[in-house]
Design a protein around this ligand. Sequence first.
Ligand SMILES: CC(=O)N[C@H]1[C@@H](OP(=O)(O)OP(=O)(O)OC[C@H]2O[C@@H](n3ccc(=O)[nH]c3=O)[C@H](O)[C@@H]2O)O[C@H](CO)[C@@H](O)[C@@H]1O[C@H](C)C(=O)N[C@@H](C)C(=O)N[C@H](CCC(=O)O)C(=O)O
Ligand SMILES: Nc1ncnc2c1ncn2[C@@H]1O[C@H](COP(=O)(O)OP(=O)(O)OP(=O)(O)O)[C@@H](O)[C@H]1O
Ligand SMILES: N[C@H](CCC[C@H](N)C(=O)O)C(=O)O
Length: 505
Amino acid sequence: MQLTELLSQIDGRQLSGPVDLCPTLLCHDSRQVCEGALFFALPGAQQDGHAFVPAAIAAGACAVVVERPLPVPESVALIQVADCRRAMARMAAAWYGFPARQLLCIGVTGTNGKTTLTYLIEALLRQAGHRPAVIGTISNRFDGYSQPASHTTPESIDLQALLADFCQRGATALVMEVSSHALQQQRVFGIDFAIGLFTNLTPEHLDYHADMEQYFAAKQRLFCGDMPGCRQAVIHLGDAYGQRLWQCRPDALTVALEQDAAVRPLAVRQSLAGIEARIATPAGPVELRSALVGRFNLENLCCALGVGCCLGLDTEALARALGQVAAVPGRLERIENTLDALVLVDYAHTGDALEKALQAVADLRPRRILTVFGCGGDRDPRKRPVMGAVAVAASDLTVVTSDNPRTEDPLAIIDQICAGIRDPRVVRCAPETVPPVGSAYVVIPDRAAAIAWAVEQLRGGDVLLVAGKGHEDYQIIGSRKQHFDDREQLRLALRQRGALPRNGR
Ligand SMILES: CC(=O)N[C@H]1[C@@H](OP(=O)(O)OP(=O)(O)OC[C@H]2O[C@@H](n3ccc(=O)[nH]c3=O)[C@H](O)[C@@H]2O)O[C@H](CO)[C@@H](O)[C@@H]1O[C@H](C)C(=O)N[C@@H](C)C(=O)N[C@H](CCC(=O)O)C(=O)O
Ligand SMILES: Nc1ncnc2c1ncn2[C@@H]1O[C@H](COP(=O)(O)OP(=O)(O)OP(=O)(O)O)[C@@H](O)[C@H]1O
Ligand SMILES: N[C@H](CCC[C@H](N)C(=O)O)C(=O)O
């Protein structure tokens, strides 16, 4: 594609260099530049891409897009734009032939529930006769083809490449998780979302966003921004930010569990077997049976119904599609055992998610609740004490361990978690001296050892919740990423206890 054609997509100006160029690649990382690449100098959080322009040129870049002019050789095209990330998103879309225009695009945003909702909406899109592709935290996939995701929402160049690939394979629709980082960094700029869904907003990523207002402002861009935003909005009114969002999108289809809304439950029965509910929708009341458990999943199902109504599905089709989603990997995923205990792996890694997951567990009225969890390093430290307090408030026995410590000291993260445990009725114990009754917590920094120890404590009627890593099949310690899977560790520990069923892997 000609450089001039790419430039016609953006409000920028070429300051110097040749115009009759055909770049070979779009790229924002000097380490990936090859001969003839067009390099975007992104002002990052850690580093400034402008500093890598000389390296990009040395590696063969034929053109550079910058926010601030800088000296480059005459043979290199120098393009100045107001916002490099936005220009990159526009040019990437053009480069790949605007693949999003061939797809019915649905974007899901909010702190929790996005992944679960992409699974539910995928089923709805199928029911509506589409061939849906999915982009999100667990994987990017279409029609049996799947690749593990490195981001919840890919960087714009990767995103557009992925969409072009999906289109080529025959996708007709897309449901994608849209993270606040993506909205802030313009990764989805230019994508015309037919439907945008807002689930909820609770404290998270405050290492990246200055405060909750900034976090909300990023999320809001999907609904009332200049991106161009979504045509139809579905908003969960059950939290204060949903209410605020509704003010800027009064045309939205509303969802709520406990207040008046277009989608709301009329009657609900919850058990270990799942959720049975009669739910009011604009299409009429839906009789829903889902194997998903927990009140937060009732919320997710209602949000999905809102999207299904926007797709024009009738009540039977809505119930049939949502009833097909029996599980989402790493979200309250059950690990079979012969102890008559419920063993669950869950991706709760925020205070709100952990509280909701533990509430779902408590609603099952178990004998005791045992919780194993830690917090990720190089991520919002403010959630650590909150998760500590939430875990012990709802558990009989809590094991504080490591998540992905990344470059932080695992013991320092654990100390910050424990600082939140202030309830004098909750005692800290050594693993060998846990009292038989009352609420207690122990610290076992090694996650495999923590899981094994918790499995040792399990008795019939207990629930064990291993939270924080869900579907993840790795642990990042320092800068090393090694294989680690909570589900495998649980099965290993259960086998060692002789409590893995015969067909258990
Ligand atoms: C916090 C965050 O979102 N960081 C993203 C951001 O990095 P940054 O602004 O820090 O970039 P930087 O390191 O300062 O570098 C600036 C520029 O210099 C370039 N560079 C850098 C070094 C070099 O030698 N040469 C070079 O050209 C970089 O490629 C970049 O373009 O821009 C980079 C390029 O687009 C992203 O890869 C990077 O994602 C990092 C890896 C990340 O971990 N992001 C996570 C937190 C994230 O995005 N999470 C969200 C939300 C998940 C959720 O909802 O739970 C997600 O969507 O995944
Ligand atoms: N609607 C909800 N409200 C609160 N918590 C939820 C909700 N749905 C799921 N959760 C909890 O949050 C965890 C993550 O859920 P899910 O992966 O669906 O959300 P997500 O928004 O994709 O998260 P992430 O941004 O980290 O990928 C679940 O394991 C569950 O504990
Ligand atoms: N997308 C989230 C996932 C966190 C999961 C948790 N296991 C951790 O590593 O902190 C993040 O990158 O902040």
